[in-house]
Design a protein around this ligand. Structure first.
Ligand code: ADP
Ligand code: F6P
Length: 319
């Protein structure tokens, strides 16, 4: 394989730049030419190709977002869109593609591989919603950003003896809420995977007050409801002073953590090595601290299991 492409697709995530940098520099080290494709599959269909050099990726490992920018491209879900994508890649003499994105983006890489164009996926999403890998790129940084917010909100909640509901991202996955709630000592963690009746939420918060806690933090995953709705429900049953914060897109930006720089770098090089051998249709992951790859179809079909033990532990140690 002589010439490979790299693109970022779907929601951005801290660490994507570290992955782009590794693809470019490891690719050049392996004797390949590397082409950056701007704005995900949209840029692919428009032929937005940029030749990458060692210097194209200077000074980016520490930056959040993605220098290639990203987009959502409904047209690429169609057979016509995919055929046009392959035509554009072949015209540019590109023989393999690395897609950095979530499971939606992986479906695009799968379609390309099945049509004879070797493509490799790198899991880039803050949501940590992919079953085949212990972590996704950006998850660790987003957790640390949320922790910083919890710490600051805790300061003022304690001074005023208040309750705070902090709504975090994650789509249908509760991992961002679970891990940041554990690390931030949240009194209650609410995730889509575990139904928690309102009576239990109220009971836990009031019991914590009775045990002498000055403040209460409820971390609410967006997939489990809205902070303002929950606050209104709690206020109907208690006299507590409650405030809400929806952290929003600040969770998606920021300088990547060491873990995300490591994963981006290791997966970038790993993906190039697979293409070097002419292997496509694989996704990179990490299991038990080991970098590995697996079949796209199998990996995407796996159902993510919620970490019930960690959820229980978070509850026990927040008493
Ligand atoms: P993520 O990759 O973060 O899960 P999306 O689900 O929005 O984000 O998908 C990103 C892009 O991947 C879509 O806009 C589309 O271009 C492409 N894509 C998603 N699903 C498919 C599919 N079934 N077949 C081909 N391409 C897809
Ligand atoms: O998938 C990443 C994510 O940030 C989710 O956690 C969130 O639900 C969604 O993307 C937000 O998407 P948008 O950037 O379109 O607002």
């Amino acid at each position: 394989m002589k010439r490979i492409g790299v693109l970022t697709s779907g929601g951005d995530a801290p660490g994507m730049n570290a992955a782009i940098r590794a693809v470019v520099r490891y690719g050049i080290y392996a004797g390949m030419e590397v082409v950056g494709i701007e704005r995900g599959y949209s840029g692919l269909l428009e032929g937005k190709f940029v030749p990458m050099t060692m210097r194209s990726v200077s000074d980016i490992i520490q930056r959040g977002g993605t220098i290639l920018r990203t987009a959502r491209c409904p047209e690429f879900k169609t057979a016509e869109g995919q055929a046009l994508g392959i035509k554009k890649l072949r015209e540019a003499d590109i023989n393999g593609l690395i897609v950095i994105g979530g499971d939606g983006s992986f479906m695009g890489a799968k379609a390309l591989s099945e049509q004879g164009f070797p493509s490799i996926g790198i899991p880039g999403t803050i949501d940590n919603d992919l079953a085949y890998t212990d972590y996704t790129l950006g998850f660790d940084t987003a957790c640390n950003t949320i922790l910083d917010a919890i710490n600051k909100i805790r300061d003022t909640m304690t001074s005023h003896e208040r309750i705070s509901i902090i709504e975090v991202m994650g789509r249908n996955c509760g991992d961002l809420a679970l891990y940041s709630g554990l690390g931030g000592g949240a009194e209650v963690i609410i995730v889509p995977e575990k139904k928690l009746p309102l009576s239990v939420i109220v009971e836990r918060i009031t019991a914590a007050k009775e045990r002498g806690k000055l403040s209460g933090i409820i971390v609410l995953a967006e997939g489990a409801g809205k902070a303002d709705d929950l606050a209104a429900e709690i206020l109907k049953r208690t006299q507590l002073s409650i405030r809400t914060s929806v952290l929003g897109h600040l969770q998606r930006g920021g300088s990547p953590s060491m873990q995300d720089r490591y994963l981006g770098t290791a997966w970038g090089a790993h993906a190039v090595k697979l293409l070097e051998q002419g292997i496509g249709n694989r996704i990179c992951g990490i299991k038990h601290n080991k970098i590995y790859d697996m079949d796209i179809v199998k990996g995407c079909a796996m159902k993510k299991r919620f970490n019930n033990d960690l959820y229980k532990l978070a509850e026990i140690v927040a008493r």
